[in-house]
Every structure is written in C-alpha cells, then in structure tokens.
Design a protein around this ligand. Structure first.
Ligand SMILES: NC(=O)c1ccc[n+]([C@@H]2O[C@H](COP(=O)([O-])OP(=O)(O)OC[C@H]3O[C@@H](n4cnc5c(N)ncnc54)[C@H](OP(=O)(O)O)[C@@H]3O)[C@@H](O)[C@H]2O)c1
Length: 243
C-alpha cells in the first residue's frame, strides 16, 4: 500500500486531497498542526469508510515538530511514496508591496517557503526509499512572474506583496529540487485554483473537489510523467503554466 503525508490536511484542500487519495487506496498520514483537529478530520474520513488514515501532528514552522513527525512515521513505515506540501497561509489581504509589514512577509515565508523546505528535507530519507517518490508543492497562480508581468493577465494588477512572492520562491525551490533529485523522483508545483475555503473567506469560485483532483493527479503521476513543472488550474486549466 502506497503512503502519503499531506501537511495542513485537517481541513479544506488538504483534507479533500486526503479523502481522494484514501479512496484510491493510499495509506494517509494526515498532517495537522493541532493534533485534535487532525483527529477530528480522521474521524470524519473513517465515518465515510476511509480507514487507512491517521493524524500526525506537524507544524511546518517548527523543526522539532517536523522531526518528531518524521520519526513517528519512520517507526510505522519503511518508506514514504508521496509528500504533499499543502500547508499555507495568505497572511491576510490586502498586501500592498509598499507597506505590507515585514513581520507579515516573514510569517508568510516561514510557512509557505521555509516550512515546505524543512518538511521536504526532513522527509527526503524516507522518500528516497520509495521506488517512485512524488513531491507536490501546492503553489498558486499568484506565484507566476510571467502572469504578473503580462498586461493581459488578470494577475497583472493583483500583487499581494507577501503571499505572491512566497509562492514564487516556492516555485523556484521546486525547480531546484526537481533538477537535483531527478529520476525516479517527480517533483512538481501545482496550483489548485481559486477555491472556496477558509483561506479566502470562501470567496473562491472553485470546489475543494476540483482543487484536490489536480493535486492528486501529480501526486500519483506515472513514471513517464513530468517533473520540475508548474501546473495551475488558474493560469492554464489542464495544462502547464508559465513560471
Ligand atoms: N484556496 C485557494 O483559493 C488557493 C488558491 C491557490 C493556492 N492555494 C494553496 O492551497 C493550500 C491550501 O489552501 P486552503 O485553501 O486549503 O487553505 P486553508 O483553508 O486556510 O487551510 C490551510 C491548512 O494549512 C494549515 N496550516 C497553516 N499553517 C500551518 C503550519 N504552520 N503548519 C501546519 N499546517 C498549517 C491549516 O491548519 P489550521 O486549521 O490549524 O489553521 C489548514 O489545515 C495553501 O498552500 C494555499 O496557498 C489555495
């Protein structure tokens, strides 16, 4: 049975990703920074008949928490097949680049960039033991420099000064990582699209089902699948997006 860790999976897109992968027969380590919320999410999944799911406490900004999660998972399984770095924060909007507090920028980077890097580094030894390791970085169309510099793009005039750059940085790390790891790893940046969740006070038009679907697609991509690429439901639904 293949194994997956999803960070920030106690609700919203991460939770639905856990549900879809559990439905495909994956054994799920459902990451939650608040273990109680994680256990509640697991109880909901089990009530739907998805039994191969367990909650793991993991705060992606806390190295000790990440290492404890890694050690716990290493006691249960000999390898990890899929890592989904989903946990993310917006930092609150608006974020005018000229006056967004530097504390906000640092906080957003701590979760969206440094957190994803710390988790990836901690779990690399377990991923390396999988014959077909997959890493998905959950990013955003707002991380695309191409879209932000294209006057015809709807992102041209929407420039949150902390969140957007954090996802651009995550994209850059994805490229560096993919090119370093290479075969048999597949490492991709995947944007779930503007989705109705707590993240945006439920303003996004998309469903968590569709958001999770694109994440699941690249979490389960076959040996001939892409690596080091960017896919975005916002920028180019169903296809590759410009960095
Ligand atoms: N929704 C959208 O429109 C949209 C669009 C593009 C990209 N995304 C990306 O998709 C991902 C999921 O977004 P979402 O809409 O599902 O957001 P959400 O509803 O706000 O859920 C975020 C999840 O991340 C967790 N989290 C936050 N900080 C964490 C930390 N330090 N350690 C561990 N977990 C942490 C949250 O835990 P708590 O419950 O404890 O807060 C929650 O489980 C994010 O990376 C986001 O940037 C979302």
């Amino acid at each position: 049975m293949k194994t997956v860790l999803i960070t920030g999976a106690n609700k919203s897109i991460g939770y639905e990703t856990a549900a879809q992968l559990a439905g495909q027969g994956y054994r799920i380590f459902l990451g939650a920074r608040d273990l109680k919320k994680g256990e509640e999410a697991v109880a909901q999944l089990k009530a739907k008949g998805l039994t191969q799911v367990e909650a793991i406490q993991i705060d992606v900004t806390d190295k000790a928490s990440i290492e404890a999660a890694r050690d716990l998972i290493a006691q249960k399984v000999s390898s990890l097949d899929v890592l989904i770095n989903n946990a993310g924060i917006s930092g609150g909007m608006p974020q005018n680049p000229i006056d967004v507090p530097i504390e906000t920028v640092k906080k957003v980077y701590d979760t969206n960039v440094f957190g994803a890097i710390m988790v990836t580094q901690a779990f690399y030894p377990l991923l390396e033991k999988s014959p077909e390791p997959r890493i998905v970085m959950v990013t955003s169309g707002l991380g695309s420099l191409t879209a932000h510099s294209d006057p015809n793009s709807r992102f041209y005039t929407f420039n949150p000064g902390a969140y957007g750059p954090s996802k651009t940085a995550l994209n850059a790390y994805t490229v560096a990582l993919a090119h370093t790891l290479r075969d048999p790893f597949k490492v991709n940046a995947v944007c779930p699209g503007y989705t109705k969740t707590d993240f945006n006070q439920h303003q996004g038009p998309g469903s968590v089902e569709d958001a999770a679907k694109i994440i699941v697609k690249y979490a389960t991509i076959g040996v001939d699948g892409p690596t080091g690429k960017y896919f975005s439901n916002d920028l180019n639904p169903g296809g590759e997006a410009p960095w």
